[in-house]
Design a protein around this ligand. Structure first.
Ligand code: ZN
Length: 239
């Protein structure tokens, strides 16, 4: 009971100001494996969600703006930042037209080996798609490591290599420096934070909920909300 009251009071004084969405595949294909469905949403459902948030006065913002707002703990409006992990081909084919239609900034976190060597189950972004996305200021690319490991399970030097080698591959490809990353599976530990290259100034966890007013976040541990096909369209402001 006391815990519930404490949580109620905490939530009351730290209202949700916005969310960083974590998406993966935007597709009509429904995976046979139920666990894989957690990482899928149809283009129609994504568009419905976007409209529901817009109708609730949310602003869709870039990850760069999220960084500034979280750093200053100043949230002038309710916001959503859209991020997509891994680099699936459907991000370009299915999601991008929706983002263009509503002028929504988005950030795609690329895993080097999925892009270079392919994924065993899914089509990944081609170099042409990456280059087309690069020419659109709505799109930011970030790092999602070399081979998508659980970083927290690796020795420190291997963690450093996973992050540094992905950046080294990505920077010439997109012709700009990489300042943002997402931890695969949301896995990181104190060593990860220690070996983070100084060029990376913003890193996202997986899950962790909404961004709340009055709560201080580390810029290398910003929470996200996993968005799936089951995401309800109602009760948005109270989540
Ligand atoms: Zn991932």
């Amino acid at each position: 009971m006391i815990t519930e009251i404490k949580k109620y009071l905490y939530d009351l004084f730290h209202p949700c100001m916005g969310e960083v969405w974590q998406l993966h595949r935007v597709t009509h294909t429904v995976s046979v494996n139920i666990r894989d469905r957690e990482y899928e949403i149809t283009p129609e459902r994504l568009e419905q969600l976007i409209l529901a948030y817009l109708n609730n006065d949310y602003h869709f913002v870039s990850v760069e703006l999220i960084k500034r707002m979280v750093e200053k703990q100043r949230y002038p409006f309710k916001f959503v930042a859209v991020t997509l992990d891994d680099g699936y081909a459907d991000n370009y084919e299915e999601a991008y037209p929706i983002f263009k239609k509503y002028n929504i900034p988005f950030c795609i976190f690329l895993t080097r080996d999925f892009i270079l060597h392919g994924h065993k189950d899914y089509r990944m972004l081609s170099s042409d798609a990456i280059s087309n996305l690069c020419s659109d200021p709505l799109c930011t690319f970030g790092s999602h490591t070399v081979s998508h490991p659980h970083l927290a399970q690796l020795p420190t030097d291997e963690q450093a290599k996973q992050i540094a080698d992905c950046n080294q591959w990505l920077e010439p490809l997109i012709d700009r420096s990489v300042s943002v990353m997402a931890y695969p599976y949301g896995s990181y530990n104190a060593s990860t934070l220690k070996v983070m290259p100084p060029t990376i100034s913003l890193a996202f966890a997986a899950w962790g909920g909404a961004i709340r007013k009055g709560k201080r976040y580390s810029l290398l541990q910003v929470p996200r909300v996993l968005i799936t096909q089951e995401q309800p369209l109602i009760d948005i402001p109270v989540r």
